[in-house]
Design a protein around this ligand. Structure first.
Ligand SMILES: [Zn+2]
Length: 247
């Protein structure tokens, strides 16, 4: 690490749980970010600023005016551009040492599996159950830890799945997705809420990559911001789960 890097990351290196070695692990780390919207924005900004060496950005969407209220990695000049390109431009401005790989299309299961295998951590910042279940299946198959976040209206959720012995996976939690997708376009979402949940996702990924602290595994954090309350529920693996179950 050169003098400029020591200065850039000094406030992080001085954290005893992270330190010089943790910072080096971040520099060698590779995070796969699925979705560059409301959650993916703070995730990509903080991982790049904190010194994660490589980010792979996946999103098939373009920036729309209605995104700018909460998708803070994009700006007015980004409207009409691919979200992954707009995000990569901003990341380069914040930390030129961060290498980005952009994937501006929807992935099939096999392509996603290939990307998951190359990553040290996956951040699910998508907005639909089909993608979330597919990401969980591939992370389970590759044993790559998954940091899952969701936010709608005034409420958010966060969980980490590391696929250890006796640990629940995303599918254990949500079953076969009987629930309909709740989308911001139909239900609305409070802008700072996606900042809170996305920032927590970034924090969990930094802990996983650096080895600091303990990840939020086997637990589900539920945040209500309208009637402020933070709750943590214990998760139990479903023995009949089609992804991780023993039956
Ligand atoms: Zn499961």
């Amino acid at each position: 690490m050169n003098d400029e890097e020591l200065l850039r990351y000094s406030r992080q290196i001085m954290l005893p749980e992270l330190g010089f070695e943790g910072q080096q692990r971040l520099a060698q780390g590779h995070a796969l970010i699925i979705g560059l919207g409301g959650l993916g924005s703070p995730v990509a900004l903080y991982l790049a600023a904190a010194g994660v060496g490589r980010l792979t950005l996946v999103d098939d969407d373009q920036v729309d005016l209605s995104n700018l209220q909460r998708q803070v990695i994009h700006d007015s000049d980004s409207i009409g551009q691919a979200k992954v390109e707009s995000a990569a431009r901003r990341i380069a401005a914040i930390n030129p040492a961060c290498q980005t790989h952009t994937v501006p299309r929807r992935l099939d299961e096999e392509e996603l599996g290939g990307l998951v295998q190359q990553a040290n951590v996956v951040l699910d910042c998508s907005d639909n159950f089909a993608t979330r279940f597919m990401v969980n299946r591939q992370c389970h198959a590759a044993h790559t830890p998954l940091v899952s976040g969701a936010a709608i209206r005034w409420e958010g959720q966060l969980a980490v799945f590391a696929y250890g012995e006796g640990e629940a996976c995303y599918q254990c939690l949500y079953g076969e997705g009987g629930e309909e997708d709740l989308r911001c376009s139909q239900n609305g979402v409070a802008a700072p809420l996606v900042g809170i949940i996305g920032s927590l996702q970034a924090l969990e990924a930094l802990k996983l990559l650096s080895g600091a602290g303990e990840p939020l595994c086997n637990r589900l954090l539920i945040v209500d911001t309208l009637h402020p309350q933070w709750q943590t529920l214990k998760l139990r693996p479903d023995p009949a789960c089609p992804v991780c179950g023993s039956r």
